[in-house]
Design a protein around this ligand. Structure first.
Ligand SMILES: *[C@@H]1O[C@H](CO)[C@@H](O)[C@H](O)[C@H]1NC(C)=O
Ligand SMILES: *[C@@H]1O[C@H](CO)[C@@H](O)[C@H](O)[C@H]1NC(C)=O
Ligand SMILES: *[C@@H]1O[C@H](CO)[C@@H](O)[C@H](O)[C@H]1NC(C)=O
Ligand SMILES: *[C@@H]1O[C@H](CO)[C@@H](O)[C@H](O)[C@H]1NC(C)=O
Ligand SMILES: *[C@@H]1O[C@H](CO)[C@@H](O)[C@H](O)[C@H]1NC(C)=O
Length: 258
C-alpha cells in the first residue's frame, strides 16, 4: 500500500524534471545553431591583409619583398588595405623576373624611382582574371597615368598580356585573391618609359648647373671676397675643369688690378 502510494510521488518530480529538461533541450534547439556561427569569426581577418606575408608564403618573391620593405611601400599597402573600401591588384614579378634586369639597374635607381617602379605594378582596383577584359588602354596604375607610365593590357581567353612599350609579358599565375586584393605572378619586371627609357643626353646637363653656380656665387659676393674665394678654389678647380677656372681666375686678377 505505502509502496504503491510512494511510487507516483517519486515519479511525478521525475516526470516534471524530465519534461522541463526536454522542453529546455527543444527550446535550445533553434538557438543552438546560431551559437557555432561565432566560430565563423575565425575566417574574418583579424587585421588588414599583409601583402609581404602572402608573398613570403609563396617563396619566389624575395627580391620584390626586399624592395617593398626598403621603400616602405609594404607599410603603405598595409594601411591602404586597412580601408575595407580600397581595392588593389598587384602584378608581382618573381625573383627570376628581377634577375632578368641588367645587373646594377635596380641599385642605380633613386629611392623615388624605386617607389614609382613598385607603384607601376599596382592597379588601384580589384581585378579578377576576367575583369582584365573590361580595362581600356592605357591602364591607370598607382604610378599615375602620365605619359611616362603607360601600361597596356590585352586579353584573349584567360591569357592576359601586358606591355609597357619596353617589355611584353603576361600573367603567369594567381598568387592570391579575395574580394579586396588580387596578386598575380609576372615573369618580367614591368619597366616604365619614365624610368627605363634611354635618355638622349644624360651627362650634358650635369656640368652646366655647376658652372652657373660658380658664376652666380662670384657675382653675388663683393669683389674682394670673390677674389679670395676664387683664389682659394683655383687649385682644386684646375684639376676638375681647368680652362673654366683659369678663365675665372684671370677675370678676378683683372678685377684686383683695377
Ligand atoms: C607582415 O608580415 C611580415 C612577414 O610575416 C612581417 O614581418 C611584418 O611585420 C608584417 N607587417 C605588419 C604591418 O604587420
Ligand atoms: C586601421 O584603421 C582603423 C581606423 O579605421 C585604425 O583605428 C587602426 O589603427 C588601423 N590599423 C592599422 C593596422 O593601420
Ligand atoms: C599574348 O602574347 C603572346 C605571346 O607572348 C601572343 O602569342 C598572343 O597573341 C598575345 N595575346 C594577346 C591577346 O595579345
Ligand atoms: C597602348 O594603347 C594605346 C591606346 O590603344 C595606344 O595608343 C598605344 O600605342 C599603346 N601602347 C603600347 C606600348 O602598346
Ligand atoms: C612587344 O610586342 C609588340 C607587338 O606584339 C612588338 O611589336 C614589340 O616589338 C614587342 N616588344 C618587345 C620589347 O618585345
Amino acid at each position: 500500500m505505502m509502496k504503491q502510494n510512494l511510487q507516483p510521488l517519486f515519479s511525478l518530480p521525475l516526470l516534471l524534471f524530465f519534461l522541463s529538461h526536454c522542453t529546455r533541450i527543444s527550446a535550445q534547439g533553434p538557438a543552438a545553431s546560431p551559437n557555432p556561427v561565432p566560430a565563423a569569426d575565425a575566417p574574418a581577418p583579424p587585421g588588414p591583409t599583409n601583402v609581404t606575408k602572402i608573398l613570403e608564403k609563396s617563396g619566389n618573391f624575395n627580391l620584390l619583398i626586399r624592395l617593398l620593405k626598403t621603400t616602405q611601400v609594404d607599410t603603405q599597402l598595409y594601411s591602404q588595405l586597412n580601408d575595407s573600401n580600397s581595392r588593389l591588384t598587384i602584378l608581382a614579378p618573381t625573383d627570376a623576373a628581377f634577375s632578368k634586369l641588367k645587373t646594377g639597374v635596380l641599385n642605380s635607381l633613386t629611392d623615388s624611382q624605386k617607389v614609382e617602379l613598385l607603384q607601376f605594378h599596382l592597379l588601384p582596383d580589384f581585378l579578377s582574371i576576367s575583369n582584365f577584359q573590361t580595362l581600356s588602354n592605357p591602364v591607370r596604375t598607382q604610378a599615375g597615368d602620365g605619359f611616362e607610365y603607360p601600361l597596356n593590357i590585352t586579353t584573349s581567353g584567360n591569357s592576359v598580356n601586358i606591355t609597357t612599350g619596353l617589355v611584353n609579358t603576361s600573367i603567369s599565375g594567381t598568387v592570391y585573391s579575395d574580394n579586396q586584393l588580387a596578386i598575380y605572378q609576372l615573369d618580367s619586371v614591368l619597366q616604365p618609359y619614365g624610368i627605363f627609357a634611354p635618355k638622349p643626353l644624360p651627362p650634358a646637363p650635369a656640368p652646366s648647373p655647376e658652372k652657373a653656380k660658380h658664376k652666380k656665387k662670384a657675382s653675388e659676393d663683393s669683389p674682394v671676397a670673390a677674389v679670395k674665394s676664387a683664389a682659394g678654389s683655383v687649385v682644386c678647380d684646375l684639376s676638375r675643369n681647368g680652362l673654366v677656372s683659369i678663365g675665372v681666375a684671370v677675370v678676378f686678377v683683372a678685377v684686383m688690378v683695377l
